[in-house]
Design a protein around this ligand. Structure first.
Ligand SMILES: [Zn+2]
Length: 357
């Protein structure tokens, strides 16, 4: 069995994957919002121990752990380059090994979601696609010729940052113009929030009163479905930087599809319609007519599936290939091949690999 942990800014999701059932069979969530530094890893470990006990599983049964982590990850040195949990150049794998007493395989969370969608979700049959995950931030992933593209320095999926896609907010990364502060789930909610302050008699302001000032994207769904003027105005304003970015990427890469994941995907078709309408405005007809904009299929589980895939792959004999050809790290994501690999690997094999590492 393999454990996948998807560590985000507000929660960490734990999934227990059974190779024979070929699915996540147990699931648990830990709140991470007020955690800092090494305390984050300690809390993950404490939760892991407690959770395994609750579901009658033991640590010896867990062949590998994959950790999908928020922030830019240098997967070659396993160092996090983000200060979300007060982490700057944080040696996460080293710290995780201290607690878990086994190798914890690290991957950026948005890249993990992309791998998950390629393995088990909306990207299964696609050769080339882009993925955008809208959460606390905006992450992404690029799949070219069925391979996850990692770039020359392993940072190829930081779609949330860079450029001049908006001119009203400074991003937490320090740049101004990033899509993240407006088009992330948090950014969309803040756009609704600001609108209610300026328009206290609007339908959104009334809805906000009902939710006691804790308006989420999901709460606005009934208004969006009704095509409410104020709600649609806010949604379009929040999604415009994202649509501009997608338009540039479509022209650059000519993908089969753009997959949208994260909390706002709960808005469903109206979200797709809004993004598609704006993307069409900023792309040439021959490009947008060929590229579909679709919703992610795995929802909350995409990052866990990706973490599980990475852990399984890095744990077995693909490791040789990874070390010699880093660009092939996530190549040819194929569910049957992976299942067979995992099933064929016996305990002795894993032990011998770990002792080598
Ligand atoms: Zn930024």
């Amino acid at each position: 069995m393999i454990v996948g942990i998807d560590l985000g800014g507000t929660t960490a999701k734990f999934g227990l994957y059974d190779e024979r059932a070929m699915k996540i069979i147990e699931y648990s969530v830990l709140k991470t919002k007020n955690l800092h530094g090494e305390q984050v890893i300690k809390s993950l470990y404490d939760h892991y121990v407690c959770w395994l006990k609750t579901i009658n599983a033991c640590d010896e049964e867990i062949k590998a752990i994959g950790l999908a982590c928020v922030g830019p990850v240098d997967e070659k040195t396993d160092v996090i380059k983000d200060a979300r949990f007060g982490w700057v150049d944080f040696p996460i794998s080293k710290v995780a090994k201290k607690y878990f007493k086994k190798t914890v395989y690290l991957v950026n969370d948005a890249r993990a979601a992309t791998i998950g969608e390629k393995w088990r979700g909306a990207g299964q049959k696609l050769n080339n696609f882009l993925m955008y995950t809208l959460g606390t931030g905006v992450g992404g992933g690029i799949v070219i010729n069925k391979q996850v593209f990692v770039g020359s320095h392993n940072y190829a999926n930081e779609m949330g940052h860079g450029g001049k896609m908006q001119d009203s907010l400074t991003c937490r990364c320090g740049l101004s113009g990033c899509i993240e502060p407006i088009s992330s789930a948090t950014g969309i909610e803040q756009t609704f929030q600001s609108y209610t302050e300026e328009h206290p008699s609007s339908s959104i302001a009334k809805l906000q009163l009902k939710t006691k000032n804790k308006l989420t994207v999901k709460d606005v769904l009934p208004l969006i479905k009704m095509n409410d003027f104020d709600a649609m105005l806010c949604l379009e304003k929040a999604l415009l930087p994202l649509a501009s970015h997608i338009a540039v990427m479509i022209h650059s890469l000519d993908p089969d599809a753009v997959i949208i994941g994260g909390g706002p995907s709960a808005l469903g078709q109206p979200l797709l319609d809004t993004i598609t309408k704006m993307v069409r405005k900023y792309t040439l007809p021959f490009t947008h007519e060929l590229t579909k904009i679709v919703l992610a299929k795995l929802g909350n589980h995409a990052g866990m599936y990706g973490a599980i895939f990475v852990a399984a792959r890095k744990y077995n004999d693909y490791i040789t290939k990874i070390k010699t050809h880093p660009a092939d790290e996530y190549s040819n994501i194929n569910s049957n091949a992976l299942e067979n690999k995992i099933l064929r690997c016996n305990k002795n094999y894993f032990s011998s690999y770990l002792s080598k590492k």
